[in-house]
Design a protein around this ligand. Structure first.
Ligand SMILES: *[C@@H]1O[C@H](CO)[C@@H](O)[C@H](O)[C@H]1NC(C)=O
Ligand SMILES: *[C@@H]1O[C@H](CO)[C@@H](O)[C@H](O)[C@H]1NC(C)=O
Ligand SMILES: *[C@@H]1O[C@H](CO)[C@@H](O)[C@H](O)[C@H]1NC(C)=O
Ligand SMILES: *[C@@H]1O[C@H](CO)[C@@H](O)[C@H](O)[C@H]1NC(C)=O
Ligand SMILES: *[C@@H]1O[C@H](CO)[C@@H](O)[C@H](O)[C@H]1NC(C)=O
Ligand SMILES: *[C@@H]1O[C@H](CO)[C@@H](O)[C@H](O)[C@H]1NC(C)=O
Ligand SMILES: *[C@@H]1O[C@H](CO)[C@@H](O)[C@H](O)[C@H]1NC(C)=O
Ligand SMILES: *[C@@H]1O[C@H](CO)[C@@H](O)[C@H](O)[C@H]1NC(C)=O
Ligand SMILES: *[C@@H]1O[C@H](CO)[C@@H](O)[C@H](O)[C@H]1NC(C)=O
Length: 822
């Protein structure tokens, strides 16, 4: 019976040594004890208590549950049956030692038995079958359902750690599995975007849950079926919506629906945006719409989840607002005025009453019909006028008009759109017939003499004709027309209150082309004359205009002459010719003014221009002079034109150094280099590129290096550190990339000098001068690479330092140069 290997854990409180009894069973004295016992182990021997006299037996009481026993005589604590962690996790017992008489001699001591879980429970799904729905096009990873399983084992041990997986997937028309399950939470989501109810709407997944975190072959396993239905995506743009305007229904009024629950949200409402959308994707109009304000709306509906993340692309919603006849007709003018002549014949057209309706064009809602409802006065008869029902055109219905009976009529017209009617006012003036022609006060306005430089707009003459018809009507108004003026050099403006005409200059006069105008002026009415009456010679007047010549200044053919010339042209070269003519034909003489550099001269007879000196583009890129043309006449009038000479570049300048002195700190450490830069005022194709080289003899070549880089720079450095503390003058050759190239020979002043701690060149002044005895020549030093900045004399209170050594004369001269260049 005692063949089982027993493992007993003593609690830390049982520090007293327990020795092993037979078969390795632990034993020890009676005391408080705690044991850990695995569940489901029947016939388990836990411990042997040593029974020491006077005791000769033991008694166990407490939560024995019919399983925990102790051998009264041998002291062995054992299980008669098995404990179950899931039923009871801790058993509390007491043990006491008894003597022969059954009296307690020791104890009671407490015995605590902790039951340890073993993996003896399989996980159990909460349902044997689950049902889920997922929407087509759902975002992969978006959870649409969960499965849940529980395990009764100890959740702090792997025994209850569950791992979910998908075992089968029915059917599987795709290469990939379409669903995924979160192995910890049982959350199920689409794996990809292939869900399509038209292809396959129903799926059955068999999901598995394993305990022991799925890591052991001994894990318990359970399965459940998951039926999944793929729903059609309702997130589709609906058909365009049509709503009648001015709806009397309750608002908000449902107008269309997009998507399903959990979808739908609209955004970015314009200032007035009478639509809303609810959680279910139903779109409502919030108020009656007005087609006349806006006849259609287009907006987007957005579907977002609770986190504001877009679920699907926006849908375009179009709403068209239908027309209702809700606008009355409107008269175009508060008062419409017509004129009708006394002798007008029956049926003649008088005028049109215009009205409009804001309702939709070309529909019955905006169809207007006209009807005369009143005429005042009704003399000599009523219904003198007819209005055409559909067009509003007025006609005369009877020839009984007579100014002396009634000079005007007020007519009220009802304009109706079928629902609304508006009254429009019409005023009809009965006017005198146009039986009088305009008569000029005189038929000959004689001859006018005006100089050709008279300004446009000047009034030359006032003319007058009169018409005896009724004033302020088209029968008496006068329009003057000029004949014999093809180029519209003149025009006549009429004061319609007085019919006085003002004869004005309309265009610049030119004696040389048209010295004389013989003009005929016709006076006419805008209204036609009644038959039998004609304009006769009394409606015609004549005037002659004589233009007098004015001596005008010469005229150049151009205001500005522009010429391109190479800067190296030889002196005396012909440049261009500037020509002027005199409108009066006088001879012209030319001269130049503002010829600031005297680079040009002009042939005073011909206007030909020649060079008189060498040009230099580097001084003047564009040379500008004024040419004056003067007529050879008494008045000697003259005019001026500008000549711009653009000088084209020739490579005529050798390159030079931007900065021609540098310094190195003494003693040299080797590896120093200083950047030097060349420049050249010529223009070079694209960019200048300079080639640097050392001039001079072998000594120079042995001591120095120049190495070009980039397009205009070079590094200059000593070839070795054994150079003396002094000033060197290094000849450099710099060539440009002109065609042909030019070479500049320059001297670079190189000073090898003591430096102060902040790496500035320390140069004492010439003691012979009256200047401060000690000064600093300061350069700017950047690391080893020295870049020469501005040389300045610095008196910043630095400690004067007298150099005891005799300075070479050359260097003192250099210091003076520094000072003078300051
Ligand atoms: C175990 O318990 C049973 C009854 O439940 C009893 O008959 C048997 O004698 C017990 N065995 C021991 C060793 O206590
Ligand atoms: C459970 O899923 C996670 C990520 O989803 C994965 O890293 C892990 O390996 C999975 N565990 C097992 C046992 O498959
Ligand atoms: C909307 O979401 C709720 C909770 O998130 C869910 O219960 C419901 O089934 C969803 N409805 C649809 C149509 O997706
Ligand atoms: C959305 O629809 C559900 C059922 O279809 C309904 O119970 C709910 O009231 C609706 N929500 C709104 C805001 O209309
Ligand atoms: C709606 O119609 C009624 C008559 O049918 C009209 O009086 C009202 O002005 C209309 N409202 C709008 C906003 O057009
Ligand atoms: C209109 O006619 C009436 C008489 O019929 C007259 O008294 C009135 O002056 C006229 N008005 C105009 C502006 O001609
Ligand atoms: C009208 O203008 C043309 C061209 O400008 C000119 O040739 C002609 O002489 C002018 N005629 C009169 C009458 O001024
Ligand atoms: C022109 O006609 C008017 C009447 O219409 C008349 O008074 C005038 O004498 C006529 N003039 C000439 C020159 O015939
Ligand atoms: C002027 O320069 C151009 C371009 O460099 C050259 O072709 C031409 O011969 C030169 N002319 C004279 C007169 O030097």
């Amino acid at each position: 019976q005692l063949t089982k290997a027993l493992i007993i854990f003593l609690s830390p409180s049982s520090t007293q040594a327990a020795c092993h009894g037979k078969d390795g069973l632990r034993s020890g004295p009676l005391q408080d004890m705690t044991f850990f016992v695995p569940e489901a182990t029947p016939g388990y021997y836990i411990y042997q208590v040593n029974i020491t006299p006077p005791a000769n037996s033991l008694r166990l009481t407490g939560e024995k549950d019919g399983i925990i026993e102790i051998g009264a005589k041998n002291g062995i604590l054992y299980l008669n049956g098995s404990l179950d962690w899931e039923t009871k996790k801790v058993h509390r017992l007491q043990v006491e030692a008894l003597n022969e008489k059954g009296e307690r001699v020791k104890g009671p001591f407490s015995i605590t038995i902790n039951v340890e879980d073993i993996n003896d429970n399989p996980p159990v799904f909460s349902q044997s079958k689950y049902y889920g729905e997922v929407r087509q096009n759902s975002r992969p990873g978006k959870v649409f359902m969960h499965v849940t399983a529980t395990d009764r084992d100890d959740p702090t041990t792997p025994n209850a750690q569950l791992l979910y997986s998908i075992l089968h997937h029915f059917p599987s028309p795709y290469e990939e599995i379409l669903f995924q399950i979160d192995n910890k939470t049982g959350a199920i989501s689409p794996r990809n975007k292939y869900l399509d109810p038209e292809k396959q709407a129903d799926f059955l997944l068999v999901v598995t849950v394993k305990d022991l975190a799925g890591m052991s072959g001994n894990a318990f396993t359970s399965n459940a079926d998951v039926a999944i239905t793929v729903l059609e995506n309702l997130w589709k743009a609906p058909l365009p919506v049509f709503i009648m305007e001015n709806s009397t229904e309750q608002h908000p009024l449902s107008i269309t629906k997009v998507g399903s629950r959990n979808h739908s949200e609209n955004r970015e409402k314009p200032a007035r945006f009478p639509f809303i959308i609810d959680q279910n994707g139903t779109i409502y109009a919030t108020e009656p719409l007005d087609r006349e304000e806006k006849d259609s709306y287009v907006f987007d509906a957005f579907a977002k989840d609770n986190y504001g993340e877009a679920l699907a692309r926006p849908l375009k919603i179009s709403v068209t607002v239908g027309d209702m006849n809700d606008n009355p007709p409107v008269c175009k003018r508060a008062l419409t005025i017509f004129e009708v002549q006394e002798n007008e014949i029956v049926g003649n057209y008088i005028g049109t009453l215009h009205a409009s309706d804001m309702d939709q064009k070309d529909t019955l809602n905006s169809r207007l019909q006209f009807r005369i409802v009143d005429q005042t006065p009704k003399i000599p008869i009523d219904n003198l006028f007819i209005v055409q029902k559909e067009t509003g055109q007025f006609q005369l219905s009877s020839s009984s008009l007579n100014r002396r009976v009634a000079s005007n009529y007020s007519v009220k017209v009802e304009v109706s759109d079928g629902v609304f009617a508006t009254l429009c006012d019409v005023w009809i003036n009965v006017i005198d017939i146009n039986d009088q022609i305009p008569i000029f006060e005189k038929s000959d306005y004689g001859s006018l003499v005006i100089p050709e430089d008279t300004q446009v707009g000047k009034i030359l003459l006032a003319i007058q004709a009169n018409d005896a018809d009724e004033p302020f009507t088209g029968s008496s108004r006068i329009i003057y027309q000029i004949e014999g003026d093809q180029n519209e050099t003149f025009r006549i403006e009429t004061d319609f209150r007085t019919n006085r005409g003002y004869f004005k200059i309309n265009k610049i006069l030119d004696y040389e082309t048209s010295p004389v105008y013989s003009l005929t002026i016709l006076a006419k009415n805008p209204e036609p004359l009644v038959s039998g009456i004609q304009y006769n010679s009394s409606s015609i007047a004549y005037v002659q205009i004589h233009i007098t010549d004015v001596n005008e200044a010469p005229v150049f053919f151009k205001d500005t002459y522009i010429v391109d010339v190479f800067e190296n042209v030889t002196v005396g070269t012909f440049v261009t010719s500037v020509k002027a003519y005199d409108p009066e034909g006088a001879q012209i003489r030319y001269m130049l003014i503002s010829n600031s550099r005297n680079w040009l001269r002009v042939d005073s007879y011909t206007g030909d221009i020649y060079t008189t000196a060498p040009f230099d583009r580097e001084i003047e890129k564009a040379y500008i002079v004024q040419v004056v043309a003067t007529e050879q006449s008494k008045e000697s009038r003259s005019s001026t034109a500008q000549l711009i000479l653009h000088l084209k570049d020739v490579n005529d300048n050798p390159p030079s150094l931007v900065k021609n002195s540098i310094f190195f700190c003494y003693p040299l450490s080797g590896g120093e280099k200083i950047e030097i830069e060349a420049t050249d005022p010529d223009e070079h194709r694209l960019y200048p590129k300079f080639i640097f080289s050392l001039g001079g003899g072998e000594t120079i070549q042995n001591d120095w290096i120049v190495h070009g880089f980039g397009v205009r720079r070079a590094h200059f450095s000593p070839k070795h550190p054994n150079l003396q503390k002094m000033q060197y003058s290094i000849p450099l050759k710099i060539s440009d990339n002109g065609n042909p190239p030019l070479q500049g020979n320059v001297n670079l002043q190189v000073n090898i000098c003591e430096c102060t701690e902040d790496k500035t060149c320390f140069v004492p002044l010439d003691p012979d001068t009256s200047r401060p005895t000690v000064a600093m020549a300061v350069g700017i030093l950047v690391g080893v690479l020295l870049v020469i900045g501005k040389w300045i004399l610095d008196l910043r209170g630095l400690q004067p330092r007298i150099d005891k050594e005799e300075e070479p004369r050359e260097r003192q001269g250099y210091i003076q140069k520094l000072r003078s260049s300051r």
